[in-house]
Unconditional design. Structure first.
Lengths: 266, 414
């Protein structure tokens, strides 16, 4: 059974603005946020059938809820993120401790190489893709490639609204790819086309990408996707995926949705 | 013009991701150029590739902009070390590991900053003044004990010449020596340069001086009038020669002969072999060439034109000289220094009919000075090129024909 790391949104709020989605005056409704998060957990456990590992939330770290940015886990090795913004750098120690306490071998990168975990590193079994320019530093990828023995194709993120790779790029089981082509430049699109054939590339319309259609969690043929993305849902259903729309608009105020709220542990 | 440059290093899966292509395209689109060095392609899909790229731009500001643009794509500036230097152990002696210069634009890194080396010339050392962040070339013989001399090869950057904008014979920037090659277009290009440089010189622009180095064959072969006209017309600002060119030129002025041969009759005249000695003696008696011209003893010819046009005349002596004429520098190191001083600000060098002066001048010239070497013997331009003056255009032809054609091209009508 797949296991995901999650963190309850007890202290989730907009305390600072570090991406174009965040506006302090657009405050989080804590009750709705907790309800939406609980609904996501229910779908993940009951409909998708994954196991959940819950982290202890920490007061003053509102974004700890976005566990996708904790790092990258392969087997028993966890490489912990190095956040670009000081606001989130304080999360690093908590993520590192969680991994260490559970017996993972904890790895870190040179502190000058920003790398925001599974938010910027996604892929298929053989080839990974790394998003850079907005948050992660491209120079982190050669080291990651060496550590995990994987090819990592760097992709420049050219639209600040899609500041992590997982906001515009979602590899699915079976080799399909859900993505927003306009979040990449011609070089990036050509590099994607080189690795994912046309029939496997599922382009999401921008209005649905702005509703975080690409920030989906795919386990086997089950895809948990933010609500309000009918075109993408149909695209997935037509390809034989079973979709599970979940309302997550409270988290979108911070620039995240289903994928950002989880980290695959194995 | 020295282009600014910096070496960057790129690694990772840079080929399939088109990151390398993006970086190179960015450099070009922004107006820079690059040299791709040490490209290593990963042997397997997992293995990353790497490339070392020398980025060049016409100005330091543009280079900085390009580097700013490519750094987010992983192009990291290579850490370069400062240059090393050691005090000269004794007067006229470099430290053992001294760096020997080329005649290409060179920079050294002092305290993290790239400093242009002044007075570029091949086969010298580099003397640094770290306090003033300055560096200049220094000949071995003139180094003082304790002068700080650059050693090793670290922190030294030699820049290849940028291709000049002009699309003339000098645009090739390489020695082309051939007796088969048509002379006319080459001479026309030289004439065009001379015209432009004379204009610039009159406007007081820097780097517009024309240097002429020549041998006595110019007089024997009949190129004296054409050269005198070129000087009188203001096309030449510096003349390098030996005792002989000046002696035969003035012999022609006084006796109408060159080494005893009647220049018009074309045969030796009685006691003609004494003419050059009598000429030298006469000038020695007068005290200086300038005095001989100003007093009306020497009325025409090459050196008279030099005196009238205020052309800087540097005469370097050799061991076979008669006299020599007053003004001839018999200490060859002193002559070298005098020539070196006059090279500053030269924008074109014409080396005609003299192996000795052509090679000596070539050795003193920075590579950035367009140079023409004219000699009937193809070995001379070849030798010049072999000794490193690769920028020299070789023209295998007789000195008189060259000078006459050049002067005619510029409007001389004898």
């Amino acid at each position: 059974m797949s296991r995901l790391l999650v963190c309850p949104p007890d202290y989730f709020q907009i305390d600072y603005e570090i991406n174009p989605w965040m506006r302090r005056e657009n405050g989080v409704n804590p009750t709705r946020a907790v309800r939406q998060w609980q609904a996501l957990m229910t779908v993940l456990q009951q409909d998708v059938g994954v196991g959940l590992e819950r982290m202890q939330p920490v007061q003053g770290l509102p974004d700890l809820v976005f566990t996708a940015n904790a790092g990258v886990v392969v087997g028993r090795r966890a490489l912990v993120s190095r956040f670009r913004y000081p606001e989130r750098q304080r999360e690093e120690a908590y993520f590192a401790r969680w991994f260490r306490d559970r017996g993972y071998e904890v790895l870190t990168l040179d502190p000058s190489r920003y790398f925001e975990g599974a938010g910027d590193l996604l892929g298929f079994p053989d080839t990974w893709f790394g998003g850079y320019r907005q948050r992660s530093d491209i120079r982190a990828f050669p080291k990651l490639s060496e550590i995990f023995q994987r090819e990592i194709i760097p992709l420049e993120l050219i639209d600040s609204r899609f500041y992590h790779l997982d906001t515009c790029f979602c590899p699915l089981s079976g080799g399909d790819l859900l993505y927003l082509p306009s979040a990449f430049d011609a070089y990036g699109r050509a590099a994607i086309a080189e690795r994912v054939t046309e029939d496997r590339r599922l382009a999401v319309p921008e209005e649905e990408a702005l509703r975080f259609a690409c920030n989906a969690v795919c386990v086997g043929k089950q895809v948990v996707i933010p609500a309000g993305c009918p075109f993408t849902t149909k695209l997935l259903e037509d390809r034989g995926y079973r979709t599970h729309p979940v309302q997550l608009d409270e988290f979108m105020k911070s620039g995240g949705a289903a994928k950002c709220l989880t980290l695959a542990l194995d | 013009m020295t282009a600014s440059q910096e070496t960057v290093f790129l690694q990772g899966h840079i080929i399939d991701s088109l990151i390398l292509a993006k970086v190179l395209d960015t450099i070009l689109m922004m107006g820079g150029t690059f040299d791709l060095q040490d490209v290593k392609i990963g042997a397997t899909r997992d293995a990353s590739s790497q490339a070392r790229i020398v980025v060049r731009a016409p100005s330091g500001r543009l280079l900085a902009e390009i580097l700013r643009a490519i750094q987010p794509h992983g192009a990291a500036i290579e850490r370069e070390a400062d240059c090393r230097f050691e005090p000269a152990p004794a007067p006229g002696v470099f430290p053992e590991q001294f760096y020997a210069t080329t005649h290409l634009p060179t920079q050294i890194r002092l305290d993290g900053e790239w400093v242009e080396v002044e007075g570029m010339e091949m086969d010298l050392g580099i003397c640094v003044d770290p306090a003033k962040a300055r560096a200049r070339t220094v000949p071995m013989g003139t180094v003082a004990a304790g002068d700080l001399i650059v050693t090793g090869r670290e922190g030294i950057r030699v820049t290849p010449l940028a291709r000049p904008a002009e699309r003339d014979v000098f645009g090739f920037m390489e020695s082309l020596v051939s007796s088969e090659r048509p002379h006319r277009p080459v001479i026309a290009d030289i004439a065009q340069r001379l015209q432009k440089l004379r204009e610039w010189h009159r406007q007081g622009r820097a780097g517009a001086k024309v240097l002429f180095a020549g041998g006595p064959a110019i007089v024997h072969a009949g190129g004296r009038e054409a050269l005198a006209w070129l000087i009188e017309s203001g096309y030449i600002q510096v003349l390098f020669c030996g005792n002989a060119l000046a002696a035969h030129d003035m012999e022609a002025a006084l006796y109408g002969t060159s080494l005893g041969y009647g220049l018009t009759a074309g045969r030796s005249v009685p006691h003609g072999h004494e003419h050059h000695l009598r000429t030298i003696n006469r000038i020695r008696a007068l005290g200086s060439i300038e005095q001989a011209v100003r007093s009306g003893v020497i009325t025409g010819g090459i050196v008279a034109a030099c005196v009238r046009q205020d052309v800087k005349l540097v005469m370097a002596g050799t061991i076979r000289d008669d006299g020599p004429l007053p003004g001839v520098l018999t200490d060859s190191m002193e002559a070298q220094q005098a020539m070196r001083a006059e090279i500053q600000g030269v924008g074109l060098a014409l080396l005609v009919a003299s192996t000795l002066h052509a090679i000596a001048t070539g050795n003193l010239l920075p590579a950035s000075v367009p140079t023409v070497c004219v000699d009937v013997n193809p070995a001379v331009p070849t030798k010049l090129a072999d000794r490193g003056s690769f920028q020299a255009v070789g023209l295998v032809m007789d000195a008189a024909s060259f000078l006459t054609e050049l002067a005619r091209e510029l409007g001389w009508r004898p």
